[in-house]
Design a protein around this ligand. Structure first.
Ligand code: ADE
Ligand code: ZN
Length: 351
């Protein structure tokens, strides 16, 4: 069922202060930047890669599953070469998301997808950090960078990557460790050593992992119990296990839900099938995110609107969702209080 979103509700959702916890910076690379960067950097795209925006868009609209998307995603990021490319990419994301009412962003990046092409960690992190600093200064968006390990690569490669990123963890330029890429063939336990290393040497770092996107509830259990993550990225399949739902609610573990991604990658047939009402009823906190917005057809506000279109929530429910997003953010109490005050103001104005 779809509900008509009134202009008032649209304006409210636009204004509602938002936090994003699940966006891959490489997933913000759309055709409008991909093709010019390929040209600028003299990158010859593979023979079977689309050559026009329309052909690329057709691919984006017809992913069969997560792997089908990832195959295109890893080729796409091959046009990113210089520090300036990484900066431009992230800055374009921050400006777009700012226009959607974004106030705080915890952004993923995949260094191994660049290191294996001969791009240095320094190039990647310097470019992203420059955009983060500018977003804080010019747009008032607080930011955190979360480095993800690619689970289709060996854990040893992950440990080497952690080693390379150490100076940036020490400087406080990278704040989290995540785990992404093909889920089902590469379960969480393969990366126990990587997460244990981070917990031992950088206890201040946020630990999170993609789990329960295509994998079952056991991937979420193992991410919590073996990797000791305090957040779960996606977590859609948590609903298949009532005990897990109870545990997520008890521990107040936030799920970073990505509705349009879940639809495009066929995790669900319809956004209305997402277990959002069940999570709210059980007290499981979640935030709403864009994942790879250039590939899935929508930035953060589009994802909020897609949920509203199917669920028709009232303002108090949206207030709760926004508050949970703030409380699950990796920021100091003073910033949380500030964001919660802003949410109160916008909700009071639209009540
Ligand atoms: N939705 C997703 N799942 C797993 N890995 C990803 N990398 C980028 N987007 C991803
Ligand atoms: Zn993701």
């Amino acid at each position: 069922m779809s509900t008509e979103i009134s202009p008032e509700m649209h304006a409210f959702l636009h204004e509602l202060p938002k936090c994003e916890h699940h966006v891959h910076l490489e997933g913000t690379l759309g055709p409008e930047l991909l093709f010019p960067l390929a040209k600028r950097n003299n990158i010859e795209l593979p023979k079977d890669f689309p050559t026009t925006v329309e052909e690329l868009q057709y691919k984006y609209d017809n992913f069969k599953d997560l792997q089908d998307f990832l195959d295109l995603y890893y080729v796409g990021m091959g046009v990113l070469i210089t520090e300036e490319d990484f900066y431009e990419l992230a800055w374009a994301y921050f400006t777009k998301a700012h226009a959607d009412g974004l106030h705080h962003a915890e952004t993923f990046f995949d260094p191994q997808g660049h290191l294996e092409r001969g791009i240095s960690m320094e190039t990647v992190v310097n470019g992203f950090k420059k955009a983060c600093d500018q977003a804080e200064k010019e747009l008032g968006i607080t930011t955190k960078l979360i480095m993800c390990l690619l689970r289709h690569l060996p854990a040893k490669d992950g440990l080497d990557t952690i080693q390379l990123a150490k100076p940036y963890y020490q400087k406080g330029w990278i704040h989290g460790l995540g785990l992404d890429s093909s889920e089902k063939p590469f379960p969480p336990e393969l990366f126990e050593e990587c997460y244990a290393h981070m917990a031992e040497h950088h206890p201040e770092v946020l630990l999170t992992a993609h789990a329960g996107e295509e994998g079952g509830p056991e991937f979420i259990h193992k991410s919590l119990d073996l990797l000791n993550v305090t957040r779960i990225d996606h977590g859609v399949n948590s609903i298949k296990d009532p005990l897990l739902i109870k545990k997520l609610a008890e521990q107040q573990t936030m799920l970073s839900l990505c509705p349009m991604s879940n639809l495009k990658l066929r995790v669900v047939e319809d956004i209305g099938d997402l277990p959002i009402r069940e999570w709210i009823a059980a007290g499981v906190p979640f935030s709403i995110n864009s994942d790879d917005p250039a590939y899935f057809g929508g930035y953060i506000l589009d994802n909020y609107l897609a949920v509203q279109d199917k669920f028709g929530f009232d303002i108090p429910t949206w207030k709760l969702i926004a508050q949970n997003g703030v409380n699950g953010s990796f920021v100091a109490k003073a910033r949380k209080d500030e964001l919660l005050r802003l949410i109160d103001e916008v909700c009071a104005k639209h009540q």
